[in-house]
Design a protein around this ligand. Sequence first.
Ligand SMILES: Cc1cc2nc3c(=O)[nH]c(=O)nc-3n(C[C@H](O)[C@H](O)[C@H](O)COP(=O)(O)OP(=O)(O)OC[C@H]3O[C@@H](n4cnc5c(N)ncnc54)[C@H](O)[C@@H]3O)c2cc1C
Length: 369
Amino acid sequence: MYTELSNEINEWCDEVVSQETAGLLDSGECSPLPLYQEICQKGWMNYANIAEDKQYFFHLAEVCKVANAYSGVLGNMICVNSACAMILGAFGNAEAKQFAQGIIEGKKLAAFSLTEPQAGTDVNNIQASATLDGDEWVIDGEKYLVTGAMLADAILVVVKTNPDVATKNGSSMLLVSTRSKGMEITPTPKMSANGYASCHIRFTGCRAPSDRIIGKVNGAWAAMSMAGGIERVLVAACCVGLCKRIGEYLYEYSNDRIVDGKPLYELSNIRHQIVDIAIKVRAADALVGQAISALASGTNATNAVCAAKVFAAQMQQEVSMTAMNVMGGRAYLKAYPVERWLREGLLSLWAGGTNELQKNLMSRSPFDR
Ligand SMILES: Cc1cc2nc3c(=O)[nH]c(=O)nc-3n(C[C@H](O)[C@H](O)[C@H](O)COP(=O)(O)OP(=O)(O)OC[C@H]3O[C@@H](n4cnc5c(N)ncnc54)[C@H](O)[C@@H]3O)c2cc1C
């Protein structure tokens, strides 16, 4: 259904995101900003404007699939910024909505910050806080693994605003400018996608205007739930795109590589491993489609979203290891893309929450739609 869009993005990626560029984005020697801005200029980030048309979500997933197949940094950047734009569009005031439009047009960048050094899966343990002082919020505490914070103009930060109750009822979301005093952002080196750094942030008496609240005071949960759903589906879409690319690469490689006078692909064990990738990609893609349909219909999408994320992330790990096996020792070399794909693909284990978290969510009612 989206072949035309995929072809268009593929064509652009083929032209501008070479293996060398992807390697430089991965190591952090090259900034993704010019490429990202071009993506916006081409109108592909406009699909994050689901307020205009919920069906855009399908197109956005397609953008993620293709971009992530070429560079994890680009896939990551599209996921983070489109999730932020969707949250701002759905829960923000007029100024926040304008910021969301800026993201879509490539004039602004955002990041999302929930995790803390002591609070990951256990969101109830977040301790960063904000208190109102006149018409300003005063923020204190630490945030961790905030992807894209170094490039962002503002960060969506989840803070406790009522310390006496659990995060679900006692936290708020603020849009905090990265130019604010009392905010120190430090990149944390990671095993891949260093061009889009994940950062440690320290807030010390950092002030934000009171109208920077996104949603209601103590009402961050609604926006967090939306963010979780979007991120999980887009991460799953990224896995579909990367696994398809890995499968296609292995198909080509194994037809070219001659072993015992015959193409590697003629060995049934090799062929079957590649066909298994094609089957898994189809299944994961179908689950992504189901999850987006559920999100777009406004019904409870938890099971559909979590199922897509778990299946796709698991597939990603399996496909990456299959590639290491099919390629033989060359897979281990930097001269080939497979080792980078393995490292990039590992992110799906944690992005949008771990698979264990998704299973915990599904275990409440696993067979509901
Ligand atoms: C590269 C990268 C980028 C990231 N970007 C962002 C970002 O931009 N913004 C942001 O807010 N966060 C971000 N994160 C954080 C990410 O969301 C967390 O890593 C993830 O939620 C897991 O939390 P944790 O790392 O603290 O692991 P932990 O919570 O310490 O979990 C450790 C292990 O225990 C398991 N576990 C924990 N609790 C349970 C439970 N109740 N039941 C079953 N198993 C459990 C987990 O599944 C995991 O296997 C990023 C992480 C990475 C690695």
